[in-house]
Design a protein around this ligand. Structure first.
Ligand code: PRX
Length: 652
């Protein structure tokens, strides 16, 4: 970690929020933030109870927070609510009834749609009735494997409306990945589309679903949106067109009055083993957390047009394309396709067309934009922008500065937001009207978030000392468990600091002399590829499942666009010779088993892997080889020094 620490501590630039911005911001002074933060930590029940009053509850809670059975939290216990109601019905008695809820743009040019709150409500109610007619009830799991089209948001809100639990699977995952997730959640129904547009071609989602459903007996039916018009096979009695079902559906469907702790969704994310973790979020706390973070961190104003570019298949899309903005009655932009389709200025064209005010994207995208050149954003009027956001990985100061200057015209604050699928909502971030930002720092904890940076023993570390990032108190939008795996939940997040009862985030961090928090990256065998988590173990298991491979080790290396790239070290079995053809076959294999995101950038063939005497693969040596840097540090535990020398020689 020390290399990272040195580089972050060289950053001395500081950017205070523009005065005009602060004046209008929902939290507008450092003193106000400090007072609110102190109060929220000292008296969380009072703080969160007051926040929750902004939202609609069919029945008020008996207790704001129940941590008696830690680490299993309950928030707003005894309360009855519905997030779909809060995102839709709550706005219909006001002028927001006819406000744009979703402004959607498809990838093919000219493909546009605006859904007002009233219209979105109507569609959601109809689809909720479709779900019921398909035999889906409260607590049933529904998988969504869809492109970024309005029907995805409609399906989510419809599930939430009747208490069904959605499990959204990113459209880039392959059939085996889909099967794993469907099995784990005992999914009854899959919602998909014939295909989705991505960079000019059609991603054939229905085909992948057909492949997956060959081994998913729990799935009784599939609903298919007609989007791309490619030919698909519809299984008689199992597959139904969205439009056909919607045509017959009633538009009245009252929102179910659900317990605050009723499960809302499962979202799978990679951990440090080969099996993805089903992060479980529940209703009331998640709703309150996404509501409040959107309100203050994005400083959403009634007249703003807000665009978060994340795919809804990831948590950022759940919390900040759909639930957070809609709970605030905001206008959220949703774009289906790639940032370079048909040309490298697509995002800037969208910002100009809709006069987007708040724009939230990922460092990996920003680095691509930098590569493509300033001429693309310069072609467009970006003067509507007033606030920028970043998420998914540490943003390197160069990318931050470019974002600030070229996209933000030096006038927009940047909120670098640190959080995780597990946290449900943003945890560490500047407040745009308050916090002077430093390029690359996520700055300070949000309201109600009690963080610390500690060593192995749980002792708080001082200035410039890197350590484990922990969260010391439960928070409303936290995960409740790993679906069907309570023990793994305890083990992964709560065992390292069990005595203290702290949540282990899995990231390293450091505080500078001004108290700013800098995130240093993962401390486990999890990579961050283009802002998405990828388990090295998952890629390794995919590789060893290939007939040519006997052993594989996967590590990350520094990649100038993706942040981290995937490097695989592979030992082939007898009768298999290393060759570019085998290398390509292995890449394709990983792509088929997991998805394009996991495809190795580098394949190194090796006769053996560097191991300790007890047989553990020494990944740090492999990391050095993949990064093309010299190996430093203790090599005494290495079983066979020759292995490393040979690996190096093979590289030359
Ligand atoms: O390592 C951190 C990194 O992304 C991880 C969470 O990944 P995921 O659950 O897929 O959620 C991504 C979007 C919330 C974290 O453990 N990460 C996320 N945001 C930042 C970040 N690292 C540094 N700075 C950030 N702003």
């Amino acid at each position: 970690m020390s290399g990272n620490i040195e580089s972050v501590l060289n950053e001395t630039r500081k950017f205070p929020p523009p005065e005009a911005f602060s004046k209008k911001a929902s939290i507008s002074s450092w003193a106000q933030y400090q007072a609110l933060h102190a109060e929220s930590i000292k008296n969380p029940e009072k703080f969160w109870g007051e926040v929750a009053e902004d939202l609609h509850w069919f029945k008020k809670w008996d207790r704001v927070r129940n941590w008696d059975n830690a680490p299993f939290a309950k928030w707003f216990e005894g309360g009855k609510t519905n997030i779909s109601y809060n995102c839709l019905d709550r706005h219909l008695d006001s002028w927001r009834k006819n406000k744009a809820a979703i402004i959607w743009e498809g990838e093919p040019e000219g493909d546009r749609k605006v859904l007002t709150y009233l219209e979105l409500h109507r569609q959601v109610c109809k689809f909720a009735n479709v779900l019921k007619a398909q035999g889906i009830g409260s607590g049933d799991s529904v998988a969504l494997y869809m492109p970024m089209i309005p029907e995805l948001a409609i399906a989510m809100l419809a599930c939430a409306r009747i208490g069904a639990v959605h499990s959204i699977i990113f459209g880039g995952f392959s059939a085996p990945a889909l099967v794993d997730r469907i099995h784990d959640a005992s999914t009854k129904l899959v919602i998909t589309a014939d295909g989705g547009f991505r960079r000019g071609s059609v991603l054939k989602l229905k085909e992948t679903v057909d492949e997956a459903l060959k081994s998913c007996p729990t799935v009784k039916s599939a609903v298919v949106v007609k989007r791309s018009g490619n030919a698909v096979t519809m299984a008689e009695g199992r597959d139904f067109w969205w439009d056909d079902l919607m045509a017959k559906a009633d538009a009245v469907c009252p929102a179910a009055e659900l317990d605050s702790e009723h499960p809302l969704y499962i979202l799978y994310t990679s951990g440090s083993t080969g099996k993805p973790k089903g992060i479980l979020h529940t209703t009331g706390g998640y709703m309150v957390g996404t509501y409040l973070t959107t309100k203050h961190i994005f400083d959403i104003k009634e007249e703003d047009t807000y665009w978060c570019t994340a795919d809804i298949g990831w948590v950022t899309g759940h919390s900040y394309v759909v639930y957070g903005p809609l709970a605030n009655g905001a206008t959220t932009v949703m774009y289906e396709g790639a940032p370079n389709a048909p040309a490298n200025d697509r995002f800037w064209e969208i910002i100009e067309r809709y006069k987007v005010n708040i724009f939230y994207t990922a460092p990996t995208a920003i680095r691509s934009f930098m590569k493509w050149g300033d001429e693309h954003p310069r072609k467009h009027d970006l003067s509507s922008l007033r606030l920028l956001g970043s998420v998914g990985e540490p943003i390197n100061p160069e990318a931050w500065m470019w974002y600030h200057e070229v996209i933000g015209g030096k006038r927009c604050p940047i909120v670098d937001t640190w959080w995780q699928t597990e946290t449900g909502a943003i945890m560490i971030s500047p407040l745009p009207g308050v916090t002077p930002t430093k390029p690359g720092s996520a700055t300070f904890p949000f309201l109600g978030v009690d963080v610390a940076i500690v060593n192995e023993k749980g002792e708080e570390l001082g200035v410039n000392q890197g350590g484990f990032l922990v969260i010391k108190q439960p928070w409303p939008s936290m995960l409740r468990t790993l679906y069907g795996a309570d023990d793994r939940y305890k083990d992964v997040y709560w065992s390292r600091f069990a005595r203290q009862g702290w949540y282990l985030a899995g990231d390293g961090a450091v505080r500078d002399a001004d108290g700013y928090i800098w995130i240093l990256g993962r401390i486990d065998d999890v990579l961050n590829v283009s802002g998405h988590r990828l388990s090295t173990m998952e890629v390794e298991s995919a590789l060893v499942a290939h007939e040519a491979v006997v052993e594989a080790a996967v590590v990350g290396f520094k990649h100038d666009v993706k942040g981290e790239g995937v490097a695989a070290f592979v030992t082939l079995g007898r009768g298999h010779e290393k060759s570019p053809k085998v290398s390509d076959a292995l890449k394709a294999h990983v792509r088929n088993m997991i998805g394009p995101l996991a495809m190795p950038d580098q394949i190194h063939f090796t006769d053996s892997l560097p191991k300790t005497r007890s047989g553990k693969i020494m990944r740090r040596f492999l990391r050095d080889v993949a990064n093309g840097v010299e190996t430093k540090g203790d090599m005494s535990t290495l079983e066979d020094l020759n292995v490393l020398a040979k690996l190096r020689a093979d590289e030359e």
